[in-house]
Design a protein around this ligand. Structure first.
Ligand SMILES: [Cu+2]
Length: 80
């Protein structure tokens, strides 16, 4: 499934800025991702773009962190 919207993931296992960077880069490498904001303090990641949610979760998992969908917002309009 493809989503043209923002997806929010709960990320588990992040303990420092290195983890935050690793998760950010992993998410940025997923096809369709336009922008990624990872918040270390809250353990969340917001992904903008048209990406497969399962691919996002898998990419985070490959880095050794856990991810699950926190919120989907299909009503968000791209401001292009
Ligand atoms: Cu770390």
């Amino acid at each position: 499934m493809l989503f043209n919207m923002s997806t929010e993931l709960n990320i588990s296992g992040m303990t420092c800025g290195h983890c935050q960077t690793a998760v950010t880069k992993a998410l940025q490498g997923v096809p369709g991702v336009k922008d990624v904001q990872v918040d270390l303090q809250t353990g969340t990641a917001v992904i903008e773009g048209q990406a497969d949610v399962q691919a996002l979760i898998a990419a985070v998992g490959e880095e050794g962190y856990g991810a699950q969908v926190r919120q989907e917002r299909p009503d968000v309009q791209p401001n292009s």
